[in-house]
Write a protein that binds this ligand. Structure first.
Ligand SMILES: Nc1ncnc2c1ncn2[C@@H]1O[C@H](COP(=O)(O)OP(=O)(O)OP(=O)(O)O)[C@@H](O)[C@H]1O
Ligand SMILES: O=C(CO)[C@H](O)[C@H](O)COP(=O)(O)O
Length: 407
């Protein structure tokens, strides 16, 4: 995609009187724009105006990083994000059926598992987990993300989760938005610096355990003991290499057990916190009622149906790893998703294009995990914020050559 700016400062050619035009045509090449008109009388086409055109290099791909441990909702988040841009996300056509890549009109999502340098056997032999940087090729990750950001296609490796092997590479063309999701998008400083926006899904141990059991026991037939053992085995590397990345994230979605039910250990009702860094270019944190204030809000009553234990929102400024942040919190779950519009109308800076867009998105994907609580709500809002950030970035880049000539 080239961004072209037309300089219209030329005055019209004085020898050329403009006949009453019936049609105006616009022709252009890389250097010039020509306006044509046709005269009503003669129907002859004549060039009446020519102007300079400047085309900048290919518009750079916007790069978004999404970090989380395995089974923490990255795929669900990606489905919500791509839906905000419209169109379905699908694996590359005619490619490896076990590809981890998802392509839609606007976005390409690549999974950083594809940069494992050791396959399943290699990790076993060397006694390392996939979370250990030694099992991943950060040089290649950096080179390829940079190349895509600069508009160059790459042959990206594929880690096959079915066989546990490294498969032949697949072609990745530069999209408008590249999302790199996985264990380490913010681990390597070089890769981190390429990110235009970053998100960390911070799922507390209790909740992670409940979700793992739900998926791996119910859907994949694993035993409770094997799930416990796998979480325990990953924990030291998770703490050392994955968790610290949240300090770099522009937005963190933290998922905790509810505080509305004393000593709850079911993990079904969740307290979800959206932690938004202040001062990030193109990203204005969402607020409730009054920006910068500290607010607790129980919306249950006439406009929102709430069964036990109810719903509580909180909002306010805070500090997170030494950074100034705004935090929006939701504890509890919605009984009726269509009533979410009541909550939406009290939130500001949510980057919607029309009234009720958050509610519409949530209703559209009511079957996705987390749709009745803050995980779905905040993932949807972050998706809208990313769309907004992308549109601002593109608009700024398109304006840049014009600004340069004006200066
Ligand atoms: N918001 C949520 N609320 C309840 N359960 C959830 C939520 N998000 C995810 N889960 C549970 O976690 C499982 C994994 O979710 P998802 O596939 O989105 O995670 P992932 O991070 O992409 O996993 P992986 O990296 O292992 O592929 C889901 O099948 C579901 O059981
Ligand atoms: O942490 C993970 C990220 O998804 C996986 O465990 C890692 O990619 C290894 O995959 P597999 O267990 O299929 O060999």
């Amino acid at each position: 995609m080239a961004i072209c700016t037309v300089y219209t400062s030329h005055s019209l050619n004085s020898t050329c009187s403009i006949p009453t035009p019936t049609k105006t045509y616009l022709g252009f090449n890389q250097k010039q724009v020509i306006f044509f008109t046709t005269s009503k009388k003669s129907n002859r086409r004549s060039s009446i105006y020519s102007s300079e055109i400047s085309c900048s290099a290919e518009a750079k791909t916007v790069v978004i990083g999404l970090a989380a441990d395995s089974g923490c909702g990255k795929s669900t988040f990606m489905r919500r994000l791509t839906s905000v841009f419209g169109g379905a996300a699908e694996p590359p056509k005619g490619g490896n059926p076990d590809s981890n890549t998802l392509i839609s009109d606007t976005t390409t999502v690549i999974c950083l598992d594809d940069y494992h340098s050791l396959d399943r056997t290699g990790r076993k032999v060397n006694g390392v987990t996939a979370l250990d940087p030694k099992a991943n090729d950060f040089d290649l990750m950096y080179e390829q993300v940079k190349a895509i950001k600069d508009g160059t296609p790459v042959q990206k490796p594929i880690y096959n989760h079915v066989s546990g092997l490294l498969d032949p590479p697949e072609l990745i063309n530069p999209p408008k938005i590249l999302v790199i999701e996985g264990l380490h998008p913010m681990y390597d400083a070089r890769v981190r610096d390429l990110l235009d926006f970053s998100i960390y899904l911070d799922i507390s141990n209790e909740v992670k355990f409940a979700w793992k059991i739900q998926r791996d026991m119910a859907e994949r037939g694993h035993s409770l003991e094997s799930i416990k053992a796998s979480i325990e085995a990953r924990k030291p590397d998770f703490d050392a290499y994955i968790d610290p990345q949240k300090q770099y994230a522009d937005a963190v979605i933290e998922v905790l057990p509810t505080q509305l039910i004393p000593d709850d250990n079911e993990g079904k009702v969740l307290r979800v916190r959206l932690i938004m860094k202040e001062g990030v270019k193109y990203f204005n944190p969402v607020y409730l009622f009054d920006e910068g204030s500290t607010i607790d809000w129980i919306p249950c009553g006439r406009k929102l149906t709430c069964s036990y234990p109810g719903i509580k929102f909180s909002y306010g400024p805070d500090s997170y790893y030494g950074n100034e942040v705004s935090v929006l919190e939701m504890d509890g779950q919605f009984d009726r998703l269509d009533e979410l519009i009541y909550v939406e109308s009290h939130l500001s800076n949510i980057s919607t294009k029309f009234y009720g867009e958050v509610t519409q998105q949530m209703l559209k994907h009511a079957d996705f995990p987390g749709s009745s609580n803050g995980t779905g709500l905040f993932q949807t809002i972050v998706g809208l914020k990313i769309r907004d950030l992308f549109e601002q970035l593109i608009a700024d880049k398109a304006a840049a050559p014009l600004q340069a000539t004006k200066a």
